[in-house]
Design a protein around this ligand. Structure first.
Ligand SMILES: [Zn+2]
Length: 378
């Protein structure tokens, strides 16, 4: 099956190009041709002048379509969340479980394994955010669920399930040896909800911590004599930094400073989405507590932010409009960069030969018109 995408702009490795034609054979990108027309294609897709970009990859998705992953970690929940976010261009995602009991963590891992086995579109693995977190920096995570990351928990996290396992942990609640064992087992480790000092983070980074979860939020801050987790994240040249660009979690000027401090290919946009994305939900519960959707913010009964009412297309739009980032860089922060963080860059995240044909078509306002996963249209 040969698909030819024509008559639009394409974000390739060279930037946004016009007058090219993208060829997709059997779900994978075969070539980006200089020809405007292709002879022999089974199907030609007219892009009508719009922009074709790599599909968005979201490493932090708590919910969507009215469903919270923690509320019911099942294949059906994963499928519902994936459908809700796909309308906003997400073609790859990690259902994200916030701090919970280990038997729930295990249930979530098994659900992801089953979802991948059944071919639920877009699911790439799981993000286990906690419960190995700092009590001081727990945010809305339930204090009673927090625990140290010991060897029992490590064995659970290292259980293979056919996809990526990403774990957000507070390095001060475990040891560099356990972080090393996790990364050796293929787990992607991200520091977050951490009160660690700059000095405490250095051995954790050496042991394999690959990134920082929602930079600035729920972590030790950059101070004059103590750089904190924020300083460690910005000073480290190679680590990836998750950003929630919803206009509420971090002030735009603070994000702009961060963007000037580090190479742009190390930033990745996340939604940190809650059930309200893709559904008309005004209120839901996390582990029994009432969470309210207040305009574009999501807050708990004490007024703390509890995840975001954000989708990836809006995150890209905000990054361009509020932070002044180029469209090319912003789109890569939503696709190429998270693929690199997840070590999936050989398979997805770019429009280049050999990559899976995960694609999103957007208009001038960055509204999503269509998406494809493995060359299959939504
Ligand atoms: Zn968090």
């Amino acid at each position: 099956m040969l698909l030819a995408f024509r008559n639009g702009k394409i974000l390739t490795e060279a930037g946004i190009e016009s007058g090219r034609c993208l060829l997709v054979r059997d779900g994978h990108i075969e070539a980006i041709s200089g020809a405007r027309e292709v002879v022999g294609a089974d199907q030609t897709i007219d892009l009508d002048g719009h922009l074709l970009a790599p599909g968005f990859i979201d490493t932090q998705v708590n919910g969507g379509g009215g469903v919270l992953f923690n509320g019911n970690p099942s294949v059906e929940s994963i499928a519902t969340i994936g459908r809700a976010h796909r309308r906003f261009g997400t073609t790859g995602f990690l259902p994200t479980l916030i701090s919970d009991d280990l038997h729930v963590v295990e249930q979530a891992i098994l659900a992801v394994r089953e979802a991948i086995a059944r071919g639920v579109p877009g699911v790439l693995g799981i993000h286990i955010e906690g419960p190995f977190l700092s009590n001081e920096r727990r945010g809305v995570h339930d204090a009673s669920k927090l625990r140290v990351l010991d060897e029992d928990a490590m064995r659970l996290l290292a259980t293979p399930h056919g996809g990526v396992t990403m774990v957000t942990l507070a390095p001060e609640r475990t040891t560099p040896a356990i972080i090393r064992a996790l990364t050796d087992a293929g787990v992607i480790v991200s520091a977050g909800h951490t009160n660690a000092t700059y000095d405490e983070l250095q051995p954790a980074l050496e042991a394999g911590v690959r990134g920082f979860t929602h930079l600035f939020n729920a972590m030790s801050q950059l101070g004059n004599r103590e750089p904190g987790a924020v300083g460690a994240a910005l000073a480290h040249p190679d680590s990836w930094l998750g950003l929630i660009v919803d206009g509420y979690h971090v002030h735009a000027e603070v994000l702009k400073i961060a963007l000037r401090a580090k190479r742009h290919d190390r930033f990745m946009l996340v939604s940190d989405a809650m059930p309200s994305v893709g559904a008309d939900v005004k209120e839901f519960r996390i582990q029994g507590r009432i969470i309210t959707v207040d305009g574009d913010r999501i807050i708990d009964d004490e007024g703390r932010l509890a995840g975001a009412h954000l989708d990836m297309a809006s995150a890209v739009r905000n990054t361009v409009n509020q932070l002044g980032v180029s469209l090319t860089d912003a789109l890569r922060m939503a696709s190429t960069n998270p693929a690199g963080f997840l070590k999936l860059d050989g398979r997805m995240g770019r429009i280049a030969p050999g990559q899976r044909a995960d694609l999103v078509l957007v208009d001038e306002e960055l509204s999503v018109l269509r998406s494809w996963i493995g060359g299959l249209a939504d």
